[in-house]
Design a protein around this ligand. Structure first.
Ligand SMILES: Nc1ncnc2c1ncn2[C@@H]1O[C@H](COP(=O)(O)OP(=O)(O)O)[C@@H](O)[C@H]1O
Ligand SMILES: [Mg+2]
Length: 254
């Protein structure tokens, strides 16, 4: 995507966002609450139109080839879209039927296995834990094998154990060759999952690189008895802090 800008009335949410995501990789768009992550995902999934700028998904333009884009993607939001009254398996079968796929039962069973939900498959979703629901939600979004998957804050609101379960599911997804764009406000999530990380701050991508590249943006670790490596959190706070300071003090170093 190139030069994406989006305002809601007076509020300039995106002020020129450029990102490239390599096929088969996991890309994390990191930003605080309200940074504009969901807005980016909505533009890429054709739910929202950018004011200016262009974006292609799976080679298709999000405006002029919107139908092709929609066929190439799945979108999993922060709030799981599963039916509580149905069982996990029934949810999967339902979606496979809606997509006119052959043999919905086999598709459902394969996905249940992939996401370690075989045991729970026949139980109503109402009895599932948060992590199981989110895994089922991701499994549902994979029906029809879309090459590109958007995960908008996939672990927000989950307990630590459930987060680990979802992380595992996301890793397996990318190992299977799916391109994953995930948004998160959690630094450790980006650190754990992503091949590349971009930080969205005040409407722009202020940094974009691998975890190692991001860590090199900080001054070398001070030599102590044990060398201290910067965490992604150090990098984030330095960049976001430096940026806010430079806006106020006209580029003065801190
Ligand atoms: N439809 C909308 N109308 C007006 N303001 C919106 C709309 N959608 C999002 N916003 C605002 O845009 C900003 C970015 O929102 P969002 O993309 O949801 O951020 P994030 O997903 O990073 O938390 C927020 O200040 C939000 O209130
Ligand atoms: Mg959001």
């Amino acid at each position: 995507m190139q030069g994406l800008e989006k305002s809601f009335k007076q509020l300039k949410v995106l002020r020129g966002v450029d990102i490239d995501v390599a096929r088969g990789s996991i890309f994390a768009l990191l930003g605080s609450n309200g940074a504009g992550k969901t807005t980016v995902v909505k533009i890429l999934s054709t739910l929202l139109k950018a004011d200016t700028g262009t974006a292609r998904v799976n080679g298709f333009d999000v405006v002029t080839q919107a139908a092709d884009v929609r066929e190439s993607i799945s979108l999993t939001g922060q709030f799981a879209a599963v039916d509580e009254i149905l069982s996990g398996r029934e949810n999967l079968v339902l979606v496979a039927r809606l997509r006119h796929l052959e043999d919905p039962g086999t598709i459902a069973d394969d996905l249940l296995r992939r996401f370690s939900l075989t045991e729970a498959g026949s139980r109503r979703v109402a009895t599932y834990s948060g992590g199981m629901r989110r895994r089922l939600d991701i499994a549902m979004s994979l029906i029809g094998s879309p090459p590109v998957v958007f995960l908008d804050e996939p672990t927000t609101g989950l307990d630590p154990e459930a987060r680990l379960e979802v992380w595992q599911a996301v890793k397996e997804l990318a190992q299977g060759g799916t391109t994953v764009l995930l948004t998160t406000q959690y630094l450790d999530e980006a650190e754990q999952l992503a091949d590349r990380i971009a930080i969205l701050h005040e409407g722009r991508i202020i940094v974009n690189g691998t975890l190692d590249e991001l860590k090199q943006l900080l001054p070398p670790a001070e030599v102590e008895y044990v060398e201290k490596q910067p965490t992604l959190e150090d990098v984030f706070l330095t960049l976001v802090g430096a940026r806010t300071d430079s806006a106020r003090t006209d580029g003065e170093q801190r």
